[in-house]
Design a protein. Sequence first.
Length: 308
Amino acid sequence: MRALFLTIGFTMLLTQVARSQEVLNVWPDGAIPNAIAGVQIDEKSDPGSDGIMRISNVSVPTLTAYLPPKDKANGVAVMICPGGGYSILASGHEGVDIAKWFNEIGVTAFVLKYRLPDPKLMTNQQEVPLLDAMQGMKLIRQNAAKYNIDPNKLGVMGFSAGGHLASTLSTHYHRGTAASEQAKPNFSILMYPVITFGEKAHTGSRDKLLGKLNTSPDMIAYFSNELQVSDKTPPTFLVHSEDDKAVPVENSINYYLACLKNGVPVEMHLYPKGGHGYGLRTAKFGSLATWPEVCKAWLMALTMPRQN
């Protein structure tokens, strides 16, 4: 009998793990927009000696679902965009680890493996990450009932260049030929984000997204998201370190000021130490270690306000 209970328990555990890591293709087979037909490339995953998983050569974008325990699930969901300078995806500490943290607080999480700009694989490369992010949001929202989430409590989170993608989604979802209200995040969480392609730009992210020969003033302004904030931009939470040498803290500050100017609810936390690319690895950076709890408090107040 004890063996039977152990077998049942193990089976249930395996079922939960399998459900927690369901992988969805963002686009139907053969219908990936801007993809150059007939081009073959092998996706690469490199764990690295520093413990950072790096994914490159992404040609088939996916969403990986991480589901909280049923007794914790609160109907809130977030799509996570890992960083990596639009060159790689740091999918471990800025993807999987974050998704598991969200599950602990009852939030359903989806890690987006978006295509990285590459003229050998795609046309109009500057459009491609945003197209994947928009389709990812629509796909999650269309399957809200399946995942037991509230389609009006679906947000986006991005780290570094993934923060640029998340802020682009937040400010451009209603623009262009692919515009769709179904792609709108209900909130955005931006972690040490690339925001501007102007004076304080992370030039590596800018050059990878636009291409070094495609940096006209109009294009730079279009993807400088502090210039694209409007009253349609969703409520935003920002985290940045003042000693960030890769992405200057002014990226977050200027986005914060743009939100204030346009009446967008916004909260920003700046920390004296932390550098760049830390995710949840904050133990040696003093007060920076508090960002997850502060973020949780903001998110719960936004999505699950207490009734008086």
